[in-house]
Ligand binder design. Structure first.
Ligand code: ISJ
Length: 303
């Protein structure tokens, strides 16, 4: 796998895909006259559409920010060619049994038609090894549809995916008759929860595996907010563990403080944070350790 390969960043509407944080996109199935069309929507309203047939293309060309070549019809070459030629960025899904070569070959074919603005998308039973290989070999952004198993969201981010696709029911679902309002509400909140789960994976796993060099103030602040979210999660977990240690030691709390262990853990951390170094880490960790001890003491007096 080459790390020097040029990465293609593809902009869809205002959405950058391929660097920065992984994007989260909702997929909504709409029943069309023929095959269902699929509408993909990012939080900021950026819209991609998978056509049901060639008849959908004029409307898509006028209204969508991007277009999707669905896994079910990647062999419909006339439709593939027409879709790729719309002048929009193209997402190429992998057909269930397609090999890496077939998938990337189709992407390269589309790239000729759409000014190289191609994004790949792994769907169905996700093959994360294949996703990584596709990303490494092509330099193109790769999405993964996690709808079938939202629990894979964190693994998908860890595998380096540039975006997560989550299925949601349509706002005015086709099955939603008047008596069905309750079920429609349930499906809608399940869809919303799925999107939140995917966003949570981006927030917590992204900072560990995906270095970012944001170019604007808002992007940089969002990146910092994600790191802080991951830090807060770890700090809370650390405090809980430090609390357990106090109950296992002969003397716990501030009284049983072990300064040698504290120095050693700062030294180990400095190996992972050499830019900050021991001198800057020491006061940070002192504050963290004292916060943990104070919480543990508060807990033990409350018991
Ligand atoms: C957790 C312990 O108790 C105290 C708290 C520490 C911490 O939060 O890392 C480290 C050493 C001790 O001063 C421990 O002894 O390991």
């Amino acid at each position: 796998m080459s790390s020097t390969l040029e990465r293609h960043v593809v902009t869809v509407g205002g959405l950058r895909v391929g660097d920065g944080p992984a994007v989260v996109i909702s997929r909504i199935s709409l029943r069309g006259p023929g095959r269902a069309t699929e509408m993909w929507r990012a939080r900021d309203g950026v819209t991609l559409v998978e056509p049901g047939s060639a008849a959908d293309l004029p409307a898509i060309a006028g209204a969508a920010d991007g277009v999707v070549i669905g896994a079910a019809w990647t062999r419909d070459i006339p439709l593939v060619r027409a879709v790729a030629g719309l002048g929009l960025p193209v997402v190429v899904e992998r057909r269930a049994s397609a090999t890496l070569e077939e998938w990337l070959g189709l992407a390269d074919y589309c790239a000729l038609e759409c000014d190289d603005r191609v994004i790949l998308c792994e769907t169905g039973r996700l093959d994360l090894g294949l996703l990584r290989a596709a990303r490494a070999a092509s330099g193109r952004p790769v999405l993964a549809d996690v709808s079938a198993d939202l629990g894979l969201s964190a693994a998908v981010v860890a595998a380096g995916a540039d975006g997560l696709i989550v299925s949601r029911p349509p706002a005015d679902g086709p099955e939603s008759g008047a008596g069905d309002a309750h079920r429609t509400d349930e499906r809608r909140s399940a869809g919303e929860a799925g999107v939140r789960l995917a966003e949570e994976a981006v927030t917590l796993v992204g900072p560990l595996v995906r270095p970012e060099t944001p170019a604007t103030l808002p992007e940089c602040r969002q990146a910092i907010d994600r790191v802080d979210a991951a830090l807060a999660t770890l700090l809370e977990r650390r405090a809980a563990l430090a609390g357990i240690v106090q109950t296992l030691k002969p003397v716990g709390g501030f009284q049983g403080r072990d300064m040698e262990r504290e120095r050693a853990l700062v030294a180990r951390m400095a190996n992972r944070a050499p830019e900050l170094g021991e001198d800057r880490l020491a006061p940070i960790m002192n504050a963290v350790i004292e916060a943990g001890l104070s919480l543990a003491e508060e807990r033990s007096t409350a018991d």
